[in-house]
Design a protein around this ligand. Sequence first.
Ligand code: FES
Length: 203
Amino acid sequence: MNEISRRILSLGIISALVSMAIPASAAPVIKCRFLGQRTTFKGKLYTCIKGKNKGKTILMWDSGKPIPATSPIASQSPTPISTPSPSSSPTISPEPVIVKKIDIPIAKSSDVPNNSTKSFTAKNRNGIDATYFLARNSEVLIAMDATCPHQGCTVAIATEGLLCPCHSALFDPKNGALLRGPASYSLNRLAVREADGLIYITD
Ligand code: FES
């Protein structure tokens, strides 16, 4: 064996001894800080465990477990979109309650002489006290609802006419026609009839 061969041989032995003394790092590079801590490193899952070093208890990474390859997502079946069943009953909106108009005896014929307008109170078809005007002019009888068409206040007889106390709308006492705003309409007229000395309105 010549000098070169001896040197090559000795270098090989030295490197083998070094590799045995210093094993390649197989643990995660991050520090193990608490029991149960987990991390992945080079395809393995490591868990922080208790170990011994020079008689002292230390935290260290275990030997790691290989991480299994994940299954393809394509194998998952799509979530079906639910559609309303044809048998489910449709939502039924409540029917509006319609109360039929009624004949209301409101005054005696003698209570409303010719060329006069009078105010009366009676229960309407909903059983609520309501105010009405009866006006007789040239022997013609007219009935009006005293509810202001502006915002629903009750109009009253005043010196200047039928006056709304809320915003001062004014109506003609003879027929309920609008004389002054802010209302935009005349008073609502009602059907009226006289029979056997009584006056009836329909509301
Ligand atoms: S409610 Fe009558 S004028 Fe406004």
